[in-house]
Design a protein around this ligand. Structure first.
Ligand SMILES: [Zn+2]
Length: 59
């Protein structure tokens, strides 16, 4: 139960982190704002942002 909750929290956290496709810097913002183009990269001013994907752990 606790594990599940933690995962939900994690997902929420990742859903709000975006990566600039130009300079790879992290931008924290709401997805809504990204979609309407309100969020720009602070470093290079690019509006091309992508969602941060969780890194897969390979074994
Ligand atoms: Zn950038």
């Amino acid at each position: 139960m606790v594990k599940k909750k933690f995962k939900e929290m994690e997902n929420r956290l990742f859903n709000r982190v975006f990566i600039c496709m130009k300079c790879n810097s992290k931008i924290k913002a709401d997805e809504k704002k990204i979609k309407i183009g309100k969020i720009k990269c602070r470093k290079c001013g690019s509006k091309r942002l992508r969602k941060k994907h969780k890194e897969r752990i390979s074994k």
